[in-house]
Design a protein around this ligand. Structure first.
Ligand code: HEM
Length: 482
């Protein structure tokens, strides 16, 4: 039995039921201000375009799925996804409109906010979002993270020593996932390796499974497994949080030890804990989940690019050798070293342009809103897609070409490079992404060269891009790790 099709069938039945109930109540949510909704079609009643959308996600053609509609109807169109009428908006102006519009909120139709908990950043709005986001950014911003560069440097070295050194072949994607998991959990929970972290690792697999699944909570669905995985992960986090609280009260821990300690120590103007315990747990989990797959995908695809791009690799090696000239052998990287890695960060940005880990996402319209003369009625979904602007030849000439020098200039239109989103919901992890990627690439390109074991250049989304067979490579190492 293919659970995927059963899930889809159940989802459609749920959608039909919802639709009939709404019709019975005289609702329907599609009328808005009469005939000014965007062009396109809502497809077969209720089923809409859900089958094609879900199929395209599984086959990594989701970018093409959206591009086909844009080619057909233009930069503003309508379709129907997961039982909801949806406006698809494309282009830099559309991205900006979605990112900064107060009448658009992250929707309940998306699975992830539901899975991560009621108080995670992805599930809250307005003042609550500002308060929680501010607390997270206090830890994830450059002022705090600069203190952790040395710790991350040591973790990357240890990882390379344990899992890359002395080998002639490795599979990159699982290793990058392991490295990212170790770094993010050390930042969030503290540096002790433990059985608790291994249990969390197992639950993450389940959580990801449901992130792009049809949100049907029945015993056999991926969505259900995600919900259960998230519940277990939150229990683990609650246990760690209680321990940290006691240690902080006894003066045995510092607020700067890790994210949990920091959040537990933050107070409001009345001296009360700024975030509730539930908010701390949900957002610690959101941080681990947000970081894990996306960051591992970025580093994996940089490795893939460098295997076939000797000019880029040579320029990176030169940049990193220049940095170590002024350091003692084996000396750890510090924050100031990272600011000299400008070319490497452009390589990362160009990789994100061509393979954005987050291909796009949706919002829900709280009111009737207007865009380019069209009405988007209250209750509709609004979808933005990164890939469309990333491959627009008017913004990025010869868009299929890998060319990090595109990012030498700041003159591209606002919101055309949308790998991290923008506005109030912009990714809060961008500084961590920069640090981990730069430190890892620093050690990787100076110590190893590699070839792809398979030339088939293909990947699927799970939901993050995942290369064929995890990207096996043949590895050659410099004399000894330096
Ligand atoms: C290459 C790596 C990453 C990419 C490409 C990425 C991309 C994104 C994008 C595009 C959004 C906005 C989605 C929207 O507007 O609907 C987002 C949000 C988010 N990201 Fe990241 N991300 C990355 C790494 C991280 C890391 C390292 C963390 C945690 C430390 C993180 C945590 C989050 C969270 C919590 C949100 C939700 C923000 C909110 O709703 O206010 N991400 N990310």
């Amino acid at each position: 039995m293919d659970y995927y099709w059963v899930t889809l069938l159940v989802a459609l039945l749920v959608a039909i039921g919802t639709h009939l109930v709404r019709r019975g109540r005289g609702g329907g949510g599609g009328g808005g201000r009469g005939g000014c909704v965007p062009p396109g079609s809502l497809g077969v009643p209720l089923i809409g375009h859900t089958l094609g959308f879900v199929r395209s996600m599984r086959a990594n053609r989701v970018d093409q799925f959206f591009r086909d509609r844009i080619n057909c109807y233009g930069a503003v169109s309508k379709l129907s996804l997961l039982g909801k009428p949806t406006a698809l908006l494309a282009g830099p102006a559309a991205n900006k409109f979605v990112f900064f519009n107060r009448s658009l909120v992250l929707g309940r139709a998306a699975s992830l906010p539901h899975i991560l908990g009621e108080r995670s950043l992805l599930a809250v709005h307005g003042d609550d979002h500002r308060r929680i986001c501010g607390a997270l950014m206090d830890f994830l911003g450059p002022e705090m993270l600069r203190m952790y560069v040395g710790r991350i440097d040591a973790q990357v070295r240890q990882h390379l020593e344990e899992s890359w050194a002395g080998r002639t072949a490795v599979t990159v994607h699982p290793l990058m996932k392991r490295l990212t998991f170790d770094i993010i959990t050390a930042l969030v929970l503290g540096s002790e390796k433990s059985a608790v972290r291994d249990a969390l690792d197992r639950d993450l697999v389940n959580i990801f499974e449901g992130a792009m699944a049809v949100p049907v909570n029945l015993p056999f669905t991926a969505y259900r497994r995600s919900i259960l995985g998230s519940r277990r992960a939150r229990l683990i986090l609650q246990g760690i949080m209680r321990e940290k609280k006691t240690r902080l009260q006894e003066g045995k821990a510092s607020p700067n030890d890790d994210l949990l300690s920091r959040l537990l120590s933050m107070t409001d103007e009345h001296g009360q804990q700024l975030l509730s315990n539930e908010e701390i747990v949900d957002n610690a989990l959101a941080t681990v989940v947000g970081a894990h797959g996306s960051l591992a995908a970025l580093m994996t695809f940089i490795v893939r690019q460098l295997a076939d791009d000797p000019a880029t690799l040579a320029a990176m090696v030169e940049e990193h050798e220049e940095i170590v000239k002024n350091k003692a052998p084996g000396e750890a990287l510090v924050w100031d070293d990272l600011s000299k890695m400008t070319f490497t960060w452009r390589v990362a940005q160009e990789t994100l342009r061509l393979v954005p880990p987050v291909f796009g996402s949706s919002r829900i319209a709280l009111d009737d809103i207007e865009y380019k003369g069209y009405c988007i009625p209250k209750g509709w979904q609004v979808f933005w897609v990164a890939d469309v602007t990333h491959r627009d030849p008017g913004i990025f000439p010869d868009p299929a070409k890998f060319d990090p020098s595109r990012f030498n200039t700041r003159s591209m239109p606002a919101c055309s490079f949308a790998a991290f989103g923008a506005g109030p919901r912009m990714c809060p992890g961008i500084d961590l992404v920069r640090i981990e990627t730069l430190v890892t690439m620093h050690h990787l390109v100076r110590n190893f060269t590699w070839n792809l074991a398979s030339k088939r250049n293909t990947f699927v989304r799970d939901p993050f891009p995942s290369p064929l067979h995890g990207l096996p490579i043949q590895l050659r190492q410099a004399a000894r790790l330096c």
